[in-house]
Design a protein around this ligand. Sequence first.
Ligand code: PHE
Length: 445
Amino acid sequence: MTSSRDFFHSRLGFVLAAAGSAIGLGNIWGFPTQAANNGGGAFLFVYLIVTLLFALPALYAEIYLGNQAQSNPVSALKEACKDSVPNLGKHMGIIGLCGAVMMLSFYTIVAGWMLANALSPLAALLNFSDLSVWLSTSSTTRNLIFTPIFSLLGAAIIHQGINSGIEKWSSRLMPVLLIMLLGLIVYILQQPGAIEGLKVYLIPNFSQVMEPTLIVSAMGQAFFSLSVGVGGMMVYGSYMKKDHDIGKLVLSIASLDMFIAFMAGLLIIPALFVAQHAGFEVFSDGKLIGEGQLIFNILPQLFSSMGSIGLLVSFAFFSLLSIAALTSTISSIEVPVSYLVEEKSKSRNSATWLVSLVVLTASLLIIAFFDTLFGLVIQVLTTILQPLSCLFYFIVVGWLWKRGNKLVATNQKNHSKWLGLWGNYLRYCCPILLTIVFVNVAILN
Ligand code: PHE
């Protein structure tokens, strides 16, 4: 079965697909919103530290596990734990798979908002003004139409496979995303009020740096942003031939991810201050009004007050978000799809439709009980499930695999001192530090 596996055809293709998974709404919406709410530059600072300390090593461990196993996350973890705790490995793989479905269940809803908002300026240009207003106003009907549309877009790419689907589309969409982002930043920074936002973003307010809530938020954000802990990066790692220098690949993916989050902050925070300057109410008591969702109310209003150039800006902005969301969505869909294809002998087509159906059902549940479920699912996923899975990856790579430290063993064979140190960092420091944070979260709650 493994011999018929599809592969990424180039290293660049792999990096773009993995960066496409990492770069998503978490970077362009989540990161700037959290930064605006948590001391601007101070959040940026803490975010960088926790990414380097935990999220990047977790990304390494996850890709390494998948790459060594050359199979889906459930069998990869089961195989890695086969000498010690095979059942635990399998169950943790399944938990990751559920995490991927959880991620998709709310992500496709938000992605649907982006798509609707991207179409709204087009409707306005074609003089369908009622339609345009409907597309940019949140409603349950809009959710019920655009969430399935977004799931379908993801499914359409996934059913084409790894090389012709994921690799091709990521390589097309990621450069477009970068160009749009740069263009929008240049435009927004020229608007009145933008420079004030730039200062808030770049000058840290260090009085907030040691607040435990800030550290926990930054950690959740870092894990979510690098897409670790749900098996998406593991499955991508498994579609790359063995013997690549994973360290270098991981560094490129994480740098691209952090760079885009940083750039998104340069766009969104100044844009919020431009809106404030134009008379919109954006902050109260230093916090964003209406949590993060305000961006979807304020920014369309701001763009529409800018006349016809505003329509273009709005289209570019929400298309940017839709593209970012799409390349992240496909990596999560691939997790259960690869499991069904390899372990349950389903065809790729039927696995894709089955997974889409399950995700859609979960999304409908969230839409029906939006106020209770939406925030809860995000919180459970990012602050419990993802860090817990990463803790497990560290323990597997450092302790359980072949009853010892597989990384250290491999690296000793290659006579690499740095990699040996890295192996020990993953073995000792990461699990201990992560456990300390966990205990703190438990006490905080
Ligand atoms: N990293 C993506 C983002 O920043 C979200 C994601 C999480 C994607 C988990 C896949 C798996 O938006």
